[in-house]
Design a protein around this ligand. Structure first.
Ligand SMILES: [Zn+2]
Length: 312
């Protein structure tokens, strides 16, 4: 069972929206692609864990603190009487280890040793468990999720699961003997309660409204869409067809995420969408999906199927 769901990191959402409407500085562009890839890897691993028995408890994306130090756990699994810490890596291509240093090949550029990060997490988690009064053994693993990943000269006892080992590893997990679930639930609840709600380490470049390209970017390929016909927008690049209402709501959500303090009015959204929808259309969509509160600020009244897209 999943006790804490994974949600898309705010940092990734903001960078993705910005990248469509602005040329990101190179370092943010790299950071964006890195986050996108990392998140895809985590989602892949989530799918692999779907079939674990109900007695297992999964906590995703934990941002915790011990001894005034923050640490983040991608996936924490409580199975039987063991705590598993998983750090998911979506590395692709060839890598090697030499004298405990990690390099990406063929350029042989040194990368951060992911085992050190994992060990740091484990130590801090152990401290926190002690404080909470739980004494479970912790097993930590790097999960290399990408089938295109190859690591040379890895030591035999490395705390890692490679793509070709994942199926076997999951079978082993499924067969973990069960233990007192109430104790495990108690632990899960306490860890959840200790979790920080917002990541204080978000790094996003400065931006302002005037800098950003106005219009409606395609949901699939991000190219900008032209005015719609018969209630539908069709992408000239990839051919994706989308209901105009859905596309405009997508843009309203982008606007809310990028400018949380600004009012949502018909005029602001017409401008934000680059005139793709008329004032009349935008007003109709806003009225149908949002309600007016004091000061003319619009609040969501319907979530429905747009919820997954981030209208939360
Ligand atoms: Zn497209």
């Amino acid at each position: 069972m999943i006790n804490k769901l994974r949600i898309e990191p705010k940092e990734l959402e903001i960078l993705r929206f910005l990248s469509r409407r602005l040329k990101l500085p190179l370092k943010n562009e790299k950071q964006y692609l890195h986050l996108e890839k990392g998140y895809a890897g985590e989602q892949h691993f989530d799918r692999e864990l779907q079939d674990l028995p109900d007695s297992c408890i999964i906590l995703n994306d934990l941002l915790l603190e011990n001894s005034n130090t923050h640490f983040q756990i991608d996936t924490l699994l409580i199975a039987g009487s063991t705590l598993f810490v998983f750090e998911v890596k979506n590395y692709e291509g060839d890598y090697c280890i030499e004298n405990e240093r990690w390099y990406s090949l063929p350029s042989k550029t040194e990368i951060k040793n992911p085992l050190l990060q994992l060990q740091r997490c484990e130590t801090l988690l152990r401290g926190l468990l002690k404080e909470l009064g739980f004494h479970l053994p912790i097993k930590s693993h790097l999960i290399f999720i990408n089938p295109g990943f190859q690591l040379y000269q890895a030591p035999l006892n490395i705390s890692a699961v490679f793509p070709s080992q994942l199926k076997r590893f999951l079978t082993k997990l499924k067969n973990t003997p069960t233990a007192a679930k109430s104790r495990n639930m108690k632990l899960a609840e306490q860890l959840n309660a200790r979790c920080m709600k917002e990541n204080p380490y978000i790094r996003i470049p400065e931006y302002n409204y005037a800098q950003l390209r106005k219009g409606i970017p395609c949901d699939s390929c991000s190219s900008f869409l032209t005015p719609f016909t018969q209630g539908y927008l069709t992408c000239g690049e990839c051919g994706l067809k989308e209901k105009a209402d859905t596309a405009i709501l997508r843009c309203v959500n982008e606007f809310r995420v990028l400018f949380p303090d600004r009012k949502i009015t018909t005029n602001t959204i017409v401008d934000w969408c680059g005139g793709v929808g008329s004032g009349k259309t935008v007003r109709r969509i806003l009225v149908r999906n949002y309600e007016k509160k004091g000061g003319g600020k619009l609040h969501i009244i319907k979530e429905g199927k747009n919820r997954r897209r981030g209208l939360r």
